[in-house]
Design a protein around this ligand. Structure first.
Ligand SMILES: NC(=O)c1ccc[n+]([C@@H]2O[C@H](COP(=O)([O-])OP(=O)(O)OC[C@H]3O[C@@H](n4cnc5c(N)ncnc54)[C@H](O)[C@@H]3O)[C@@H](O)[C@H]2O)c1
Ligand SMILES: [Zn+2]
Length: 343
């Protein structure tokens, strides 16, 4: 078992990574807990034993279940069961479950402790780490939420065996991202447990430096949490456009190659580094080009509305000092880069 600390002062916690990590639940349970509310989805089939009075609450699947109605349902069921402020919520599932149950934990009784047991690769390397919890509104994704750190995270790599292959590959899109946020070469060759632990450690470093993603101001400088969105500007635009049938990690994969091509056009990186992006992404069996028939004008329009756009078109781009936020990128360069990654 690999232990990765997330250092946040009195909100610090450990992430345990390895086969069978879910069986360590009793050990990481906060003191004083009498009851554990397990939140999961039908079909995940990952059981946990809190060693205390526990009850399982099922929520729906997909982005549409990640909403305020589900939060209300969960909180009402917690209340009827008698869950108190001293108890714990255990979220067992992918990012949809950990985001929703984590947010329910953040608001129930003004905050109860929670533990994440992420069961997707994306959840283990990204969604369950860092304390961002929240749900969607009809007006947009993740519009309501809270920073609410878990007491522990158990990344059990054994449970990934039942994950549909496409979900697994989607998680690899985030793994590819971490390659470029760190001296990545070693990451490619690591075995699964070490790979997950390394990704967690990289994310933990950013979260530790910039827990609440400081807006404006000098922020956390080289370790701004916003940099975790590398590859996501085009990735989100492809998802928002809606008609490309891409999983999140697939959209991010294309976004990573796009960001590299754009950075090269701006003279920030060499061609060899662009090739490295293509090689890493393709090595995870992820797409390196835009889907056929992609509408560049629409993508630019959506990217212009990206919430990270502060001045002109803003991107997170690689460069001589590593990945950083770059503002005022000319639309002509964006167009040219999109053309370069057209299938
Ligand atoms: N909070 C954050 O920092 C953060 C970061 C990244 C993503 N997210 C959020 O995460 C969500 C996406 O998460 P996801 O990709 O894990 O999708 P998901 O939670 O929808 O899970 C994908 C599917 O796999 C199923 N599944 C989960 N574990 C399984 C297992 N072990 N075996 C078989 N099936 C299993 C789920 O039931 C679901 O149908 C999005 O809502 C996104 O906004 C949050
Ligand atoms: Zn992502």
């Amino acid at each position: 078992m690999i232990t990765v600390p997330v250092s946040l002062g009195d909100r610090s916690y450990d992430v345990l990574v390895g086969r069978g990590a879910r069986h360590r639940l009793l050990e990481v349970l906060p003191v004083g807990v009498a009851r554990a509310a397990i939140v999961t989805q039908e079909g995940i089939g990952v059981g946990v034993d809190a060693g205390h009075d526990q009850r399982t609450f099922h929520m729906g699947s997909g982005e549409t279940a990640k909403d305020l109605e589900t939060v209300q349902d969960l909180c009402r069921q917690f209340s009827r069961w008698g869950l108190t402020r001293g108890d714990v919520v255990v979220a067992v599932g992918g990012g949809v479950v950990t985001d929703t149950a984590g947010f329910a934990a953040a608001v129930y009784h003004r905050g109860v402790r929670w533990i994440a047991v992420p069961t997707t690769l994306l959840g283990q390397v990204d969604a369950a780490i860092g304390g961002k919890t929240g749900v969607n509104l009809p007006e947009g994704k993740n519009l309501v939420g809270a920073f609410w750190q878990p007491s522990a995270v158990l990344c059990d790599t054994e449970v990934l065996e039942t994950l549909p292959p496409r979900e697994y590959r989607s998680g690899l899109g985030e793994v590819a991202k971490y390659h470029f946020l760190d001296e990545g070469e070693a990451l490619v060759d690591m075995a699964l447990d070490e790979k997950v632990a390394k990704c967690v450690a990289i994310k933990a470093a950013y979260v530790g430096a910039d827990e609440r993603e400081a807006v404006g101001g000098p922020g956390a400088g080289r370790r701004s949490r916003a940099l975790l969105n590398y590859g996501h500007t085009l990735g989100h635009a492809l998802e928002t456009a809606g008609h490309y049938d891409l999983r999140h990690g697939e959209a991010v994969a294309i976004g990573l190659v796009f960001a590299a091509v754009l950075a090269a056009r701006l003279g920030r990186i060499e061609g060899a580094r662009v090739e490295e992006h293509r090689r890493v992404v393709a090595g995870y069996d992820l797409p390196t080009n835009l889907p056929p028939g992609a509408d560049a004008a629409q993508l630019i329009d959506v990217m212009g509305r990206d919430k990270k756009a502060v001045a002109g078109m803003t991107f997170i781009l690689d460069g001589p000092c590593g990945v950083e936020q770059v503002a005022d990128v000319a639309v002509a360069d964006v167009e040219a880069a999109l053309k370069e990654i057209s299938a």
